[in-house]
Design a protein around this ligand. Sequence first.
Ligand SMILES: C[S@@+](CC[C@H](N)C(=O)[O-])C[C@H]1O[C@@H](n2cnc3c(N)ncnc32)[C@H](O)[C@@H]1O
Length: 250
Amino acid sequence: MSNQLPEIFWEIHSGLPREGPGDNLSTRRAYLMLKELPKNPRILDVGCGPGMQTIELAKLSNGQIDALDNHQPFLDQLEINIKKEALGNKIKTVSGDMINLPYDDGTFNLVWSEGSIFIVGFEKGLRDFERLLVNKGYLVVSELSWLRDNVPSEVNEYLKHLYPAIQTIKGNLNIAKKVGYQNVGFFVLPSESWWTDYYEPIMAKLPSLKEKYKNDKEKLQHIAYHENEIEMFRKYSDYYGYVFYVMQTS
Ligand SMILES: C[S@@+](CC[C@H](N)C(=O)[O-])C[C@H]1O[C@@H](n2cnc3c(N)ncnc32)[C@H](O)[C@@H]1O
């Protein structure tokens, strides 16, 4: 995902409750696994998007959260929700690049990243974010992962093309271990968390966009690409999903 994406991408991806699979219960479940957080943790939410999880984290913690993204309209959407929820004393939005994070070493007790670490790459992200954490700090990320072996060839080819770095859960746990994290726990997000606040709101936008761009082949292709992505998940959600990985520096 980058800001060089075509206009139609941003037309589809604007005003959605989330920009990837997730739900507040899963955010809460992962947060409650963090047994050694201080009372007032410093938290970085990397690639926060419109920030549904940022708001939930602010409600769960007594901490200070920096919510960082490089797409200003998402940060504007989050600002509106921060005001609505009166959480301005807990969340600061930061326009920044996760590839070059503007923080000193050891700034945070917790680095959180739902559906965004793929932008840096899972292993590189684990390495890059580690320096930001205090000793015994936590890194919590959700990442697209294979959930089963013997994947049907249609979905295997589709995802290997879309996200060649995709790993099994075991593969990602091995990477975390190799980088030097302790595995605190992991769990698969329920498939509803793809539908309710992500795919269903996208699906609701597509018919009017198809009508609007009925004579624009390129935009129609983009819309079809989204429809295909959703169809693949409908067919093959037993084989891949988002997994929360909860890790601690040792
Ligand atoms: C898949 S979305 C996930 C958003 C959010 N965490 C959620 O679950 O709704 C990825 C986010 O990363 C942001 N992003 C992409 N490249 C980035 C970069 N280089 N630096 C910071 N944010 C970036 C996008 O704007 C988008 O909000």
